[in-house]
Design a protein around this ligand. Structure first.
Ligand code: GDP
Ligand code: MN
Length: 389
């Protein structure tokens, strides 16, 4: 789960990481009010969306006066911020964070990330922080230093010194930076974060380290034991179809293609994505309806698939075990009637009550084709789409 920059900064502050003072606003007037209250010589107005690259997209503006803050908030609020992380449709900005501006001497990059391959946390630092860290990673990866934390061990001071002297900091800054990196690790460990990234970590004109940006990603599986983190979820940042599926207890992930899929079992669902791709088509979603799905859940799941305007064909691949084929068929027929199914449907059914399931589909008057195997099902979907195109 992602959170906004302002939420990440509030959490960093709780772990002792210095962040600029600021406040949240949803209107230009509110933004001006926050700035007036801060009473700083300069301010930064920042779009709060779950995406990086805001600076280059016009979502971060440094302002010299309260009036400038109001104008910047006017420009940023309501904009569709388009960056390399948002996709072409961009992200609607509903909130801005207004903070006291920092006088920057240098911009560093620091991060704690879960290194899944190594099965431990990794800590990274680079002297070349700021808006082009992706380029640094691509062109001069030797300018990004990293170290790993042994399970059950803290991040030791000597590891921090290696990273921070590497970034060219002086002794006093290395001392401050050591506490800061250790705080990031404490946060990641305590809150089940898979990524805590500060870019830029500013060295101020006064030589102090301050986190000017913050991105934290939390492990969804840890949310149950971190209710304070779960409470930070912003529903406007979650895909509405995924949100609806979660409420139904369905395992649904939206993808880029045009073949809607309904499958039981995560393994079979992944295999189905593979055969669709091998047949030259692209899945529009992953949907594992699970073993214990009721007819109502199937109906709702099918509706969610059809609610995606990208879907031009549907493939149902069910191996009836605990989920019976007749329940599946009844659910699909119910949804297809209600939603006025217009896209072609390919069904591959096997297992418990398969004859009854086929009978329900046959007698429904629905227009669908039956496939005997998975690869045949995928080939049929690809064919139908080609025919349409
Ligand atoms: P991002 O583009 O989404 O990563 O947004 P950031 O929060 O990192 O801001 C982008 C850039 O704005 C930073 O790299 C800084 O150069 C600049 N910036 C952010 N805060 C301040 C500030 O307080 N003072 C100044 N002078 N620049 C800032
Ligand atoms: Mn940044």
């Amino acid at each position: 789960m992602n959170v906004h920059e302002y939420q990440a900064k509030e959490m960093l502050a709780r772990f002792g990481v210095p962040v600029p003072k600021g406040g949240l606003a949803t209107t230009p007037q509110e933004a001006a009010g926050v700035a007036r209250e801060l009473g700083a010589p300069a301010f930064v107005v920042k779009a709060q969306v779950h995406a990086g690259g805001r600076g280059k997209a016009g979502g971060v503006k440094v302002c010299k006066s309260v009036d400038e803050v109001q104008a910047a908030a006017q420009a940023i609020l309501g904009m569709h911020l388009i960056s390399h992380q948002t996709g072409p449709e961009g992200k609607l900005v509903r909130k801005v964070w207004v903070e006291a501006a920092t006088e920057i001497a240098r911009e560093l990059y620091v991060a704690v990330v879960l290194d899944r391959g190594a099965e431990r946390l990794a800590v990274m630092a680079s002297p070349d922080g700021g808006m082009d860290i992706e380029e640094v990673a691509a062109a001069t990866p030797e300018r990004i230093f990293s170290t790993r934390i042994d399970p059950g061990q803290p991040l030791w001071d000597f590891q921090c010194r290696q990273l921070l002297f590497g970034c060219g900091l002086d002794a006093a800054q290395v001392r401050q930076g050591t506490g800061l990196l250790q705080a990031l690790v404490e946060l990641a460990t305590a809150k089940d974060a898979t990524q805590v990234e500060i870019n830029p970590l500013a060295v101020t004109a006064q030589g102090k380290l301050v986190a000017l940006d913050a991105k934290i990603n939390f492990d969804d599986s840890g949310l149950r034991r971190n209710p304070d983190v779960a409470a930070l979820k912003d529903p406007t940042e979650t895909d509405e179809l995924e949100l609806a599926a979660t409420e139904l207890g369905l395992n649904y992930i939206r993808l880029e293609g045009n073949v809607g899929t309904m499958v039981n079992g995560a393994g079979l669902a992944m295999a189905t994505m593979d055969v669709i791709k091998m047949a030259g088509a692209q899945p529009a979603n992953f949907l594992d309806v699970g073993g214990g799905a009721s007819e109502e859940m199937i109906t709702k799941g099918f509706e969610i698939i059809l609610d995606d305007p990208k879907v031009e064909a549907i493939l149902i691949n069910i191996f009836g075990g605990i989920l019976r084929c007749d329940v599946l068929a009844a659910g699909v027929v119910g949804a297809a009637r209600k939603m006025d199914l217009k896209v072609p449907l390919v069904v591959r059914l096997e297992g418990t009550n398969v004859a009854e399931g086929r009978r329900i589909l046959d007698e429904s008057g629905l227009n669908f084709s039956v496939a005997g195997s998975m690869s045949e099902a995928a080939a049929k979907v690809a064919q139908v789409l080609e025919g349409a195109a």
